[in-house]
Design a protein around this ligand. Structure first.
Ligand SMILES: Cc1cc2nc3c(=O)[nH]c(=O)nc-3n(C[C@H](O)[C@H](O)[C@H](O)COP(=O)(O)O)c2cc1C
Length: 465
């Protein structure tokens, strides 16, 4: 999106998780950290308000439905580090901040693998109602073995198979959101006493390979109907899925520049092959900002974050995503050799591995010096704003999914230092444009999913804006 002067507008959402440690391992021990309160609604109210005061598109909440046993086949590292455990239900956390915010989108991660589409579609519609159109859904297919065991679902034979099943899950959900109730089904006519016009509510009668659902949807259409779809597919199949379904795609900026550029170009090309336009899909890159009054203040903050960081959590987290365990290799081995020994193909390590040319030891050290992690911007507001603008232009991105090191201080720094600087440059909103999440991502008037999106093929009739 550009403003009247044609400047590329930057989008931000906060990447968080209702757990102790997500992308901030060990920093909960910082004397000013409030992260131990991750189960306190007052904590989330403060975080949500800070996001809204910073005019972010959304608070994005990650989730995982099992404990990872990344290292050594036990839960010990995850438990010791509080790495995504305990984790409370992000959908309920999102609902708890609905009434303390008025503009902020609330994007919730939910896996397609464990719940039937009907109950998921109902929960998202409820969130969209409670927020008056600010719900988002981060579609994940679930990759944690313990989650499959918890839910008693048979393990998928491959990630591609999970995506295939998820395709059908999406269609059932779209049918329920878009194709069950007509816009004017609720008449609420006091005179006749009729609340719903029965002719305007329809069964969906879905019978597929994996799911059956008759409908009608049990809920009336919410402001956005389909929530804004977020997704982070990185594999070939995952990118194809993102290109078809995602309205906001976020990518981890962990690769070599050329690989990362190719990944972004590929996502855009794949989206075009589904008949979607450049502006129909926003691409965000995961980033972290450490800032203060000047460079020196920012560096001093970074030093305290690094003092408290525990790399074990990062290593276990990344391992859970990419399956690579550096601890079984010699520190002097080059990363590319280690990856090849472990059976990785070049394509597999595009996302979470900064450069295959470094050694295994260098790789592990990145997670100690968190300031050196890819996508980390450290410095004065002017320096960081320069870097953010350059980064977006260089990689053809639309914005950032921000990690926060120190809760809530890093968010206050973003609000107080970076937001005014970007606004001064005319590249960041000073007020929310619309009332729904989709409008704030795509522009006023775009409450409903685009007619170029696959979901719209399930619509019953022309929909009033
Ligand atoms: C920033 C970011 C956040 C993610 N959050 C979650 C999450 O909360 N839950 C989850 O199961 N997967 C999450 N993922 C994993 C992705 O959904 C996806 O599985 C991963 O990027 C690998 O892509 P692939 O499935 O195409 O192999 C996240 C990925 C990224 C880059």
């Amino acid at each position: 999106m550009t403003d009247a002067s044609g400047k590329r507008q930057i989008h931000f959402s906060l990447l968080s998780m209702p757990t102790l440690a997500h992308n901030d391992y060990g920093i909960w021990r910082h004397p000013e950290s409030q992260k131990l309160r991750f189960d306190d609604p007052a904590f989330w109210a403060e975080i949500a308000r800070l996001c809204e005061e910073s005019k972010m598109d959304a608070l994005f909440l990650a989730d995982g439905l099992g404990i990872t046993d990344s290292f050594g086949g036990s839960f010990d590292v995850s438990l010791r580090e509080g790495m995504h455990v305990p984790v409370i239900d992000p959908g309920l956390v999102a609902a708890s901040v609905a009434s303390v915010t008025a503009h902020l989108g609330l994007a919730v991660t939910a896996a397609s693998t464990f719940d039937p589409p009907f109950s998921h579609a109902r929960r998202m519609a409820t969130l969209d109602h409670l927020t008056k159109g600010r719900a988002g859904w981060n579609v994940v297919t679930g990759f944690i073995k313990n989650a499959e065991d918890n839910y008693g679902v048979p393990p998928a034979s491959s990630s591609a198979e999970r995506y295939d099943t998820t395709e059908e899950f999406m269609d059932v959900a779209y049918k329920l959101w878009e194709g069950s109730w007509e816009d004017d089904a609720v008449v609420a006519d006091r005179e006749s006493g009729v609340y719903i016009d029965p002719d305007k509510v329809h069964r969906i009668d879905h019978v597929g390979e994996h799911y059956r659902s008759s409908g009608p949807a049990l809920w009336h259409p919410s402001p956005q109907r389909t929530p804004v779809i977020f997704q982070a597919g990185m594999s070939e199949r995952g990118r194809l899925f993102a290109a078809k379904h995602a309205e906001v795609v976020f990518t981890a900026s962990g690769s070599e520049p050329d690989t990362y550029k190719a990944l972004i170009a590929d996502l855009r090309a794949k989206a075009a092959s589904f008949g979607r336009r450049r502006e129909d899909m926003k691409l965000l890159s995961v980033a972290a900002i450490v800032t203060g009054e000047d460079d020196e203040a920012a560096r001093a903050k970074l030093a305290t974050y690094e003092k408290w960081t525990r790399p074990e959590g990062y290593l276990a987290h990344v391992n859970a995503l990419n399956g690579f365990n550096p601890l079984v290799h010699d520190r002097s081995e080059t990363l590319i050799d280690a990856l090849r020994t472990d059976g990785f193909k070049r394509d597999d390590f595009s996302a979470y591995i900064p450069s295959p040319d470094i050694t295994v030891g260098d790789y592990m050290d990145i997670f100690k010096a968190v300031g050196n992690m890819p996508g980390t911007f450290v410095g004065s507001p002017v320096k960081v704003a320069d870097q953010l603008e350059e980064y977006l232009a260089e990689y053809d991105l639309d914005g950032f999914l921000l990690r926060s090191f120190l809760y809530p201080n890093s968010l206050r720094d973003f609000r107080d230092y970076i937001v005014p600087e970007l606004q001064r440059r005319g590249v960041y909103r000073t007020e929310y444009e619309g009332t729904t999440l989709r409008e704030n991502v795509f522009g006023v008037g775009q409450k409903r999913i685009s007619e170029r999106h696959h979901a719209s093929s399930f619509r019953l009739a022309p929909i009033s804006a």
